[in-house]
Design a protein around this ligand. Structure first.
Ligand SMILES: [Zn+2]
Ligand SMILES: [Zn+2]
Length: 388
């Protein structure tokens, strides 16, 4: 079984690779240089490479022995559209783009695992190395799935990870079952009849309707959700006319919802539509609702989560693994993969430092061995030679 110490010989090279990725960030679905670098690195290792899976996604296929088992390991590759405020030798060279979520580190760690697995070959079966584009709301996981990810590269199980500032380096946290919220964005547009601001009797004013709908939607969580469930409905945008003396023809509101099941997402959508339609109607106006699911709820398969935690405990000891972390309202599009294949997603401690998406964030290179060794450990467990 792999140990953290086994990763040491790789660290200099992996750290240099991570800094190179950090200096060249690319936003979602535009990761051309990154994908090329990943593909060339996999080819150099002698791994079968498939480029362009879901536009800029890359899949490496590593087969050892005659085992029929197959596992997917996933890392995300995209950066964010924000300017970096760090003064680092390897700071972003691309204006307005930055690796502020540590996907440079995730990509590096999966490449490190690929190298270790090629050199040691202590498993029997197929490892699919999934380098996903566009995690930050750009639909990268869905793009790979729509491009036949799991038909072309069948997996019995799939594993993802994310670095977590605030959790000590050398610690892991996992949440069996519902782990991260699903999310959707919505817009309600109310159409009335515009008029002069001094002549309301000529208008059907959409503004009070939008104001009333904004308040009425606040009751979805308090009155329509089971109290033991967690859900959020946040209205974050309001807009109406532009002039002081014109009653506008239309006004709108928009926001985001979060919850932990597809059924509740559907219920919230239904409530938004009903409340918007009937409230607007009461004012003589008409409402249309656009509801766009962005992330599915992330549900960790209990069996895979336990195995993932076992693999982590083998590396750092049981005391450094939180097997029952609290579910969080944040979202992650790895959820679309775990909807199709039993899988699990773990938080890897990244120590003190800036939070994710901060302009001064930088992936902590001390995390690299903990990610590489965990990917390897889960392969050695799931595809153990003696199991076949
Ligand atoms: Zn992020
Ligand atoms: Zn991220």
């Amino acid at each position: 079984m792999v140990s953290l110490r086994d990763i040491n010989p790789y660290l200099d090279e992996l750290t240099a690779l991570r800094h190179d990725l950090h200096a060249h960030p690319e936003i979602g679905m535009e990761e051309h240089r990154t994908a090329d670098l990943v593909a060339r690195e996999l080819e150099r290792l002698g791994i079968e490479v498939h480029r362009g899976v879901g536009r800029t996604g890359v899949v490496g296929v590593l087969r050892v022995g005659n085992g029929e088992g197959a596992i997917g390991l996933r890392a995300d590759m995209d950066a964010l559209a924000m300017a970096e405020a760090n003064d680092l030798p390897y700071r972003s060279t691309i204006p307005g783009m930055m690796h502020a979520c540590g996907h440079d580190g995730h990509t590096t760690m999966l490449l490190g695992a690929a190298r270790y697995l090629v050199e040691t070959r202590r498993f029997n079966g197929t490892v699919n190395l999934i380098f996903q584009p566009g995690e930050e709301g750009a639909g990268g996981a869905e793009a790979m799935i729509a491009d036949g990810l799991f038909e072309r590269f069948p997996c019995d199980s799939v594993f993802g990870m994310h670095n977590r500032p605030g959790l000590d380096v050398g610690q892991y946290r996992i949440t069996p079952g519902p782990a991260m919220a699903g999310g959707a964005f919505f817009t309600v547009t109310v159409e009335g009849r515009g008029a002069h601001g001094a002549r309301p009797e000529d208008s059907i004013d959409p503004v009070p309707a939008v104001a009333q709908i904004t308040l009425a939607l606040q009751t979805i969580v308090s009155r329509n959700m089971p109290p033991e469930e967690r859900a959020v409905v946040s209205i974050t945008r309001l807009s109406g006319g532009d002039a002081f003396n014109v009653i506008p023809q239309t006004a709108s509101l928009g926001g985001t919802i979060r919850c932990f099941s597809r059924a509740l997402m559907e219920k919230i959508r239904e409530r938004i539509e009903t409340v918007a339609a009937h409230t607007a109607e009461a004012y003589g106006a008409r409402a249309t609702v656009s509801f766009r699911p962005i992330f599915a709820p992330l549900i960790n398969d209990k069996e895979q989560a336990a195995l993932y935690a076992d693999a982590a405990a083998e590396l750092v000891g049981e005391g450094a693994v939180d097997r029952h972390g609290a579910a969080v309202m944040g979202s992650e599009d790895f959820s679309f993969m775990t909807e199709r294949v039993p899988g699990a997603y773990i938080h890897v401690g990244a120590g003190p430092g800036r939070t994710l998406h901060h302009e001064l964030y930088d992936f902590n290179d001390a995390v690299i061995p903990y990610g590489v060794a965990l990917y390897v450990s889960v392969v050695e467990r799931k595809l153990a030679p003696e199991a076949f």
